[in-house]
Design a protein around this ligand. Structure first.
Ligand SMILES: [Zn+2]
Length: 240
């Protein structure tokens, strides 16, 4: 009886590991970007596509938001990696994207590219689970701390310091917070010690959403903890 319990436990752990550490091999990944005056999305796209190639994913790169309203294409996509700061979705584009995620396509990204994308599209914001509103003091030194217990996504990644934009966001209370940061209140004393989510996961229908607020400049992704966290997020969010 004891042996049977152990066998079942091993089978359970095997399948649990399989579902959380899924690979992107042969998955269809849409990398979508738009240029903006604040960031360097092209460098981000270059780094991400190079990594996707190493993971043997089928990558489609687009800088046209009409891709979202192409239902046939969207039905074939396992993961959307978006880097579009500000901008606006037409109702057809918003419907195309949100319907794809509801049906099981994953979406992942960082900084303003996912968390400050379409300020007028509330359905999009409902899907992502947070919206940028301020980065007090511009480029500041801050610490990112992981919440416990650690999950597959954060396992063995250490808390880290970064000198970059610290995002203050309006947050959906239903998100699953993986990491946080605290504000020093130097610019806005009333937010001193406010603990703000930096990284989270959530679902939207059948789709998985992964977000990381770090990523103002390309060198942010040279921090091993940042890149490891983000790429685990890409794998996790893709369609099972
Ligand atoms: Zn920024």
């Amino acid at each position: 009886m004891k042996n049977i319990t152990i066998v079942f436990l091993l089978i359970f752990l095997f399948f649990q590991n399989l579902t959380i550490s899924q690979s992107l091999e042969n998955k269809n990944v849409l990398v979508i970007y738009q240029l903006d005056p604040y960031h360097q999305p092209k460098l981000f796209v270059e780094k991400v596509t190079k990594w996707l190639e190493s993971q043997k994913a089928n990558t489609i790169v687009s800088n046209n938001l009409n891709t979202y309203s192409d239902k046939k294409l969207m039905d074939s996509i396992d993961l959307v990696i978006q880097t579009v700061t500000t901008g606006k979705l037409t109702s057809a584009q918003e419907k195309g994207l949100t319907n794809a995620i509801k049906s099981g396509t994953g979406i992942a990204g960082s900084h303003g590219g996912l968390g400050d994308s379409f300020r007028e599209n509330t359905l999009y914001q409902f899907m992502i689970g947070g919206q940028f509103v301020s980065h007090p003091g511009g480029k500041v030194k801050y610490t990112v701390e992981f919440t416990s217990p650690k999950t597959y996504l954060t396992k063995a990644i250490k808390n880290f310091e970064i000198n970059s934009e610290q995002y203050f966001m309006h947050i959906d209370p239903s998100i699953n917070v993986l990491a946080t940061t605290k504000f020093n209140g130097q610019q806005y004393p009333w937010i001193k010690d406010t603990e703000m989510p930096v990284c989270w996961t959530k679902t939207f229908g059948k789709g998985k959403v992964f977000y990381l607020s770090v990523g103002h400049s390309p060198d942010n992704f040279d921090i091993p903890e940042v890149w490891e966290l983000l790429t685990r997020g890409f794998k996790w969010a893709s369609k099972n």
